[in-house]
Design a protein. Sequence first.
Length: 369
Amino acid sequence: MSFEQAESAKLLELRNKIDAIDEEIGRLISARAECAQQVAEVKKASLPEDAKVLFYRPEREAQVLRKAMERNRGPLSNEEIARLFREIMSACLALENPIKVAYLGPEGTFTQQASLKHFGHSALVMPFAAIDEVFREVEAGAVNYGVVPVENSTEGVVNHTLDNFMGSNLKICGEVELRIHHNLMVSDVTNISSISRIYSHSQSLAQCRKWLDAHYPKAERIAVSSNAEAAKRLKGEWNAAAIAGSMAADLYSLKIIAEKIEDQPDNSTRFLIIGKQAVPPSGVDKTSIVVATRNEPGALHNLLEPFHRHNIDLTRVETRPSRTGVWNYVFFIDFVGHVDEPLISDVMKEVATRCADLKLLGSYPRAVL
């Protein structure tokens, strides 16, 4: 047998093996989908006929994804394994009732990307023009969940999201962390050698400031409402470029001429999942609260001291002006743990005695993907 024949025979053997594995994977996915349908029927049977069934359980899905990552032995990365399971769960859930998700649009934004990363591509994701519109859609029951940005590792907190929580009864049900990669893109009519204006969101322009200074120091930087809006504007403009994500380039048929132009290679944005129901513990959780302090010396120290004494990890403390007083402030605090844990519950009670007002925004699974 020649070398070519031996190679061909080996490839045929491996392909037959892959076909057999694919057949088994397909059978197991179908079996999982049937089991998910049975779970849904059990849930329906245990509730009154007009009751709303909660098919999506954030804590359960976080546990499944973590277990999938723990079982992974390679060669695929843990994140890739989790993404595959995320899509399988999304498809199984959609058999009963696809999740409706509102996100800060328009199409092609990083918030849409975060929505699909968290809920999978079988979810029905719908763009809205403003953060307060996303809150209203969830509050009205028109959608099951909303996705809004809350902070960027380079440019800091998204204040409009925090402000909406002050007047809302919605809960934080989860979080998504998304690595942000910015790309410079042009349309099919752009004269690349004559680019004199660059469109993007103000935060994206700030995150790419050094790169722009080095490569397009004379180009006018024009801030628009979103990166997707920047990409949309390029059609018909021969002297313009846009900074946006790869999803926007695909959506608007643009050509990327420079990839990953962000100044910080670890640039990432955190998004919050908002909904109506409280989330039970998943085992690896975070809690978010908003606290109004009394106008007195040492108020913040007194507020944070119980967390320090009980060795509770604070992951974020953010200050915002209160709407009820000229010089009063509220603090948004994130920390590790779930409010149903005895220690966290006790600390919350103690903190409540040291402040003017305390509002639980939610306890939820820490970001898995």
